[in-house]
Design a protein around this ligand. Structure first.
Ligand SMILES: C[S@@+](CC[C@H](N)C(=O)[O-])C[C@H]1O[C@@H](n2cnc3c(N)ncnc32)[C@H](O)[C@@H]1O
Length: 220
């Protein structure tokens, strides 16, 4: 038995079934033009390093979460949906990163942590699900350390087109609230943050950090 066969054997049927469904879904989306793995890879490249203690907004099924977890010491992920977080938990168990992650079910409009708690506060492909994202961003700014950074990532206009097409082909509507990362960039800059907005693989990523006196890069 190979090492990977042995590892798979040790996982529960629920974990294996969840992984199978995630892969099936990702393969369908890839065939229709959006490769989630490539999206996560691009966002992660733009985001690292993240420091030790990280907060994620919008867990979803945990694709970005599992990728991030292997680069940090501790990850807390927050979502309004306990069901989505259950899928994410199974996904983390499959990826072998479950021990590093804890889960909070709550609206991100108010975050239950003191000021300056996290080395980084991150979100991928959840912004367009949240109508009151300006309020969420205020909370992200509040709970990140002065030396930390904020990562806002969502689909690019072409990415949204493709996701819309995928949903339509399944007889569904891709629910979307319209937010522009460049508007959040302007807002953060006006409040003294240094920012970098990059586009790549059907994604946009805004990285923001507080400029230090002798440096212009984030320490995390
Ligand atoms: C597309 S999923 C996120 C995908 C995930 N970040 C990834 O890349 O693997 C969007 C998630 O945002 C969550 N969400 C929507 N509104 C929210 C809110 N107000 N606060 C926290 N999470 C919210 C949804 O429940 C959903 O799980």
């Amino acid at each position: 038995m190979t090492e990977s066969e042995q590892e798979t054997k040790d996982l529960s049927p629920e974990v294996i079934e969840n992984h199978k469904q995630l892969i099936e879904r990702d393969n369908q989306n890839k065939a229709r033009g959006y490769d989630y793995e490539e999206g996560v890879k691009f966002v992660l490249e733009q985001s690292l390093p993240l420091g030790e203690l990280v907060l994620e907004i919008g867990t979803g099924k945990g694709r970005f979460m599992t990728a991030v977890a292997s680069h940090v010491k501790e990850l807390i992920t927050l979502d309004v949906s306990a069901q989505e977080q259950q899928y994410a938990r199974l996904n983390a168990a499959y990826a072998g990163v479950g021990e590093k992650i804890s889960y909070v079910v709550q609206d991100a409009a108010t975050l239950p942590w003191p000021n300056k708690t996290f080395d980084a506060v991150i979100t991928m492909n959840a912004i367009h699900h949240i109508p009151h994202f300006e309020q969420v961003l205020k909370e992200m700014q509040r709970v990140v350390k002065t030396t930390g950074k904020i990562i806002l990532a969502d689909f690019s206009p072409r990415g949204f087109q493709i996701m819309g097409k995928i949903h339509r082909s399944e007889g569904r509507v891709h629910q979307r609230h319209f937010h522009e990362l460049r508007n959040f960039q302007r807002l953060l800059r006006n409040q003294g943050w240094t920012t970098r907005l990059r586009k790549g693989y059907l994604q946009e990523v805004l990285v923001a950090w507080k400029k230090k006196e002798a440096d212009s890069t984030p320490s995390a």
